[in-house]
Write a protein that binds this ligand. Structure first.
Ligand SMILES: [Zn+2]
Length: 105
């Protein structure tokens, strides 16, 4: 099962989900940047410890990212943001080295 999409999905009109979490996310995070890896283009933001208020599951190592730990958020820039993932900073950096594609589990 490989949910790769060959056709970039583009949204017209910029409709975004508005929820508490997203509002907080947009307020507390700084500028995003683009990274090109072997698995394509990503929009990436660095989350500071003070901005990390929840625990997340890192898709790189499947361990929890505890609150207050600075980490990385990455998502497909052409998507609707639902594929956003929180990564340990080190797991994000190592992902390209290991040749890891988008996690499938
Ligand atoms: Zn990790």
């Amino acid at each position: 099962m490989s949910p790769r999409r060959n056709t970039p999905r583009r949204r017209q009109g910029g409709r975004r989900p508005t929820g508490g979490e997203d509002a907080v996310f947009n307020r507390v995070t700084g500028a995003e940047r683009r990274e090109n890896g072997p698995d394509g283009e990503w929009a990436v933001r660095r989350i500071t410890g003070s901005a990390a208020t929840k625990a997340y599951r890192c898709p790189g190592c499947y361990q929890e990212i505890p609150p207050s730990m600075p980490h990385v958020v990455a998502w497909r820039p052409f998507g609707d943001g639902r594929d956003r993932r929180h990564w340990h900073s080190s797991c994000w950096e190592r992902r390209a080295d290991r040749g890891v594609r988008y996690p499938r589990r």
